[in-house]
Design a protein around this ligand. Structure first.
Ligand code: FAD
Length: 318
């Protein structure tokens, strides 16, 4: 069976969920082989987890230069690997960096590229969701191999134990790969909350929350549930919560077990980022709010009463 290359995304020595999702997807297309691109020592702590989700091989392209020059060296490393191993397909996360790598790789290989796939059939047909979820598109790369970016949270990762071999990959970089230099890295301020796109529970607040100060009731509920906090664009644009936490078409896509939408009307652009959540609870004072069409459970009421009461109830039951 030909290999399917899965480009690994990791953070602080932990494999990101989108990679586990892609490994799960890759198993239906061929033999999953993970590709780690980064500084020396990046691959070692990731190998066991990659094996747990079916990677039979880990290609480690590790060098200080790959780490120091943003995405260009990663695309070059991948292009060289693809030429060397002729995989059946290449899967990359539909993240900001992933999409840039995919675009550059497509140019280097003179290959077609599809972005934001939510499904990929064994024959390489990708399903994409367009216009904020209102249109489903089926597409196929007709020039070259299926080179596809996969939208995070599109499928549930399932384990499949494998013991991957690790192969170091030598990469020859050109001077043009080194034109952009990372001068500073700023660690994302991390609290005790889970990362938004990885969380199994998300509590999101919208314009109805009314102020940055009042977002503390959203955070309080989230913390009691061990959840991540999200926000609608109206809330982030109004400065109630940072843009990094925006859920939706132009924000992050989440697909948790439980999504609690508080003071959010349910505009199509917001739905695009959360409609695949397993259970949706909406709190809104307007019985006609479109979010109720989508919600599994709805609470009609003033969020300033409902949310603190819910938090209080959870606290009592602990
Ligand atoms: P509103 O639509 O104003 O809804 C507020 C809700 O709160 C109302 O339903 C109201 O009844 C309720 N409410 C008010 N007070 C209370 C209270 N005290 N108790 C209970 N309920 C209360 N939006 C996103 O979210 N994410 C995106 O990524 C995104 N991308 C976009 C991209 C484009 C190109 C465009 C054009 C728009 C995009 N939007 C996005 C914006 C989107 O169209 C909506 O404007 C936005 O989602 C509305 O946010 P909201 O639901 O918080 O606010």
């Amino acid at each position: 069976m030909a290999e399917v290359l899965v480009v690994v995304e990791s953070s602080g020595g932990t494999v990101k969920k989108v990679t586990l999702e892609m490994l799960t997807l890759a198993r239906s297309l061929g033999e999953p082989a993970a590709v780690v691109l980064g500084a020396p020592g990046t691959a070692a702590p990731l190998v066991d987890k990659l094996g747990e989700y079916g990677a039979t091989k880990v290609y480690a392209a590790e060098s200080a230069e790959i780490d120091e020059h943003l995405v260009a060296p990663k695309a070059t490393a991948l292009a060289q690997l693809v030429k060397a191993v002729s995989p059946a397909a290449v899967l990359i996360g539909s993240t900001q960096e992933g999409k840039e790598i995919a675009g550059r790789l497509a140019v280097k290989l003179d290959n077609g590229v599809l972005t934001d796939a939510v499904e990929l059939a064994a024959d390489g047909t990708a399903t994409q969701v367009a216009f904020a979820g209102s249109t489903i598109v089926k597409s196929k790369v007709t020039k070259g191999l299926p080179l596809v970016t996969v939208r995070p949270n599109s499928l549930t990762p399932s384990p499949a134990a494998a013991s991957p071999s690790v192969e170091q990959v030598e990469v020859a970089l050109a001077d043009t790969d080194k034109l952009a230099v990372v001068t500073k890295r700023v660690a994302e301020a991390k609290g005790a909350r889970p990362e938004l796109t990885e969380a199994s529970i998300v509590v999101s607040g919208g314009r109805g929350v009314a102020s940055a100060e009042n977002f503390k009731i959203i955070e309080e509920l989230a913390d009691l549930l061990g959840a991540a906090v999200g926000a609608s664009r109206a809330a982030t644009d109004s400065g109630f919560y940072p843009h990094a936490f925006q859920v939706g078409q132009t924000g992050k896509t989440v697909s948790p077990q439980l999504y609690i939408a508080v003071g959010i009307s349910g505009a199509i652009q917001h739905r695009a980022g959360m409609q695949t959540s397993k259970t949706i609870v909406a709190v809104n004072k307007d019985t006609e709010a479109p979010i109720f069409e989508l919600a599994d459970f709805g609470v009609v009421g003033d969020l300033n009463q409902v949310v603190p009461q819910a938090s209080e109830e959870i606290r009592k039951r602990r």
